[in-house]
Design a binder for this molecule. Structure first.
Ligand code: ADP
Ligand code: MG
Length: 344
């Protein structure tokens, strides 16, 4: 194995230069990028959307099973997902990092490989950041910047009574991926000779380690002249996230258990762990799917897209937020607030 390079060999400036030298900008809106005191963006009359996230080693991710390249990729995705959730298009990101001396230049290069992969795939430019050392662990702060035509951005407070509640993709898989990785980690720590048994579970593990953001939904909305009345991305689980739309729109909702989309792979995994797939979809986080509401007369248009499921409808606030179970019982939607890995 070749020698690893301590970051102190390069110094902070050397490291930034090393990590970012091959990166070329793609967006016309990026006027000044890395290398000056500030970056300059011109969205040419559009409005600017900004969202930021802080990720901390041991709280939001576990380096034992989050490979650095995947971590770089995911850190960008979770930010882009927030921009898409405003019905906007992400255009730039900044990345700030602090790491302890146990991280080598090679390790940071891997992390940046994941960052660049996400930038390339989603067409965003890395335009700056900050770099520092830390006493312990690894801290990542990413800010995503996007653009949106005035009148097109979608907040959480615009849902109307009678609107249909929709979600993209399928739910619960990332939580099951995390559950599997946590279980294998425990087995490994008890007996390092046992190799992890992750075969056949690539779907749920992929959904957790390398999620995607729903750029395709924003594109579909635009092409079909659809502007959702309210929207957010699913990071904490359907039951707690839908409450944000209800509360901010001053409404209630009815969600049908049998309409919640759950992948076959997730059902099988839930069965193996003796978990209820619906509970995983309601309370598991990190799906990064979009949750949105649309007027009923758009139902036919929405049907054109097989990635969208209509799972219920909005009601008066007095009717609260309820789940109608497969057996026909009506139960409260309770915010379990399973917040990423943080709430554990
Ligand atoms: P300053 O002293 O003004 O904070 P820095 O030396 O920290 O400047 O940064 C120099 C340039 O490199 C700036 O354009 C900054 O945005 C960029 N930069 C710093 N750290 C990172 C990083 N981790 N990733 C991407 N760009 C970075
Ligand atoms: Mg700096």
């Amino acid at each position: 194995m070749s020698e690893l390079t301590e970051i102190s060999n390069l110094g902070e400036f050397g490291l930034i230069e090393h990590l970012t030298k091959n990166f070329e900008t793609q967006q016309a809106s990026t006027i000044v990028s890395i290398g000056d005191d500030g970056a300059i963006i011109d969205h040419f009359g559009k409005q600017t959307v900004i969202s930021t996230d802080l990720l901390i080693d041991g709280i939001h991710f576990d380096l034992m099973y989050n490979p650095l390249k995947h971590l770089g990729y995911k850190s960008v995705i979770v930010n882009l997902s927030d921009i898409y959730a405003m019905n906007a298009i992400p255009t730039q990101i900044t990345v700030s990092i602090a790491m302890s001396s146990r991280f080598t230049t090679e390790a940071m290069s891997e992390f940046y490989e994941g960052i660049f992969l996400a930038c390339e795939k989603y067409g965003v430019d890395l335009i700056g950041g900050d770099t520092s050392s830390s006493k312990k662990g690894f801290i990542i702060s990413i800010t995503a910047i996007g653009e949106v035509t005035p009148q097109h951005f979608v907040k959480r407070d615009g849902a109307k009574k009678g609107d249909l509640v929709c979600v993209s993709g399928d739910l619960g898989a990332a939580f099951l991926g995390l559950t599997l990785l946590e279980r294998e980690k425990k087995i490994f720590l008890e007996n390092p000779k046992i190799q992890p048994d992750l075969e056949n579970e690539s779907y749920i593990i992929g959904r957790f380690l390398k999620p995607e953001a729903r750029a395709d939904m924003i594109d579909f909305f635009e092409k079909n002249n659809i502007v959702p009345t309210a929207m957010m991305d699913l990071s904490d689980g359907l039951s707690s996230d839908i409450l944000h739309i209800c509360k901010q729109s001053n409404l209630g909702c009815r969600i049908y258990e049998d309409k919640i989309p759950i992948a076959e792979e997730s059902r099988n995994a839930a069965f193996k762990f003796s978990l209820d797939p619906t509970m995983c979809a309601l309370n598991g986080g990190e799906d990064y799917e979009l949750l949105f509401t649309i007027p009923q007369d758009l139902f036919e248009k929405i049907q054109l897209n097989n990635q969208i499921s209509v799972i219920g409808y909005m009601t008066d606030a007095e009717e609260k937020s309820k789940l109608i179970t497969k057996g026909g019982n009506i139960v409260d939607m309770v915010a379990q607030g399973w917040n990423a890995f943080g709430a554990q």
